[in-house]
Design a protein around this ligand. Structure first.
Ligand code: NDP
Length: 245
């Protein structure tokens, strides 16, 4: 029997890309997926598609920058399924630009979604998992959590932060609760659409030519989940074979 069957998995940023692909994959293996993002119509369509295949999904509008909304989706999971096995802190934005462009609003949005969003997921989920005596945080960082490049200083800073927070969390709660960092390389998704800077957008188009499908990252996430409870996959970096840096 699949180790995924019956697991209750809350997924932030499930309306496209990696979050959506992971929801589909896990639901097809029998997980109950609790999917959140801001675009409600996308979530409705995804939940319907999962139901049509015989899977289990509930959805709720979610802005991870709002702590009460993150709390609320965890409560939805608890009220519908009685526990939370996994929180996939996946929501993220990547409006790249050179620092000299001074796109301060975009810097703040990356900090709010990519860092605060993950912290909100931890704050909402940790008391629940501690009470249960089990649980698994899977945080999505990036290869940008390991190296910095021009136009990506702030984005990489947020992902370095996610890596640091994830490692700290692992060290603090590791006895009963598993903690995994998944760091994708270039992956097909809508992520680059948040770039408003023309030059950065052009550079990214070229850089993103060799993208792997979002389902490749979904499989990495599922691999971490399906290990026995005493096995914690700490970090996974998954990039296209053709991507050297
Ligand atoms: P997408 O843009 O396709 O997905 C991002 C998801 O985040 C969407 O579902 C979006 O939904 C959601 N989101 C954005 N802002 C918020 C918010 N405030 N509250 C809740 N949800 C939000 O890109 P990816 O699938 O690629 O991104 C997923 C993660 O993977 C991100 O953390 C990203 O940094 C990381 N990553 C991706 C890489 C890639 O090449 N694709 C490489 C490295 C890391 P909505 O707009 O409906 O709210």
């Amino acid at each position: 029997m699949s180790a995924i069957k019956g697991k209750v998995v809350v997924i932030t940023g499930a309306s496209s890309g990696i979050g959506e692909a992971t929801a589909r994959l896990l639901a097809s293996h029998g997980a109950h997926v609790v999917i959140g993002a801001r675009r409600l119509e996308r979530l409705e369509a995804l939940a319907s598609a999962i139901h049509a295949e015989g899977g289990s999904a509930v959805h709720q509008r979610l802005d991870v920058t709002e702590m009460d909304q993150v709390q609320s989706i965890i409560e939805l999971a608890l009220s519908r399924f009685g526990r939370v096995d996994v929180i996939l802190n996946n929501a993220g934005v990547m409006p790249l630009s050179l620092l000299e462009a001074l796109k301060i609003d975009e810097w703040n949005r990356m900090i709010d979604v990519n860092i605060r969003g993950v912290l909100h997921g931890i704050a909402a989920g940790l008391p629940v998992m501690q009470k249960q005596g089990f649980g698994h945080f899977i945080n999505v960082a990036s290869i940008g959590a390991y190296a910095v490049s021009p136009t990506a200083a702030v984005y990489c800073a947020t992902k370095y932060a996610v890596r640091a927070i994830t490692e700290g969390l692992r060290q603090e709660v590791g006895r009963d609760i598993r903690v995994t960092l998944v760091s994708p390389g270039v992956t097909e998704s809508e992520l680059a659409e948040s770039i408003t800077d023309d030059e950065a957008r052009l550079l990214m188009k070229e850089y993103r030519r060799d993208a792997i499908p979002a389902s490749a990252i979904a499989r990495a996430i599922m691999y971490a989940m399906e290990q026995p409870a005493e096995v914690d996959v700490n970090e996974l970096v998954v990039r296209p074979t053709a991507q050297l840096a």
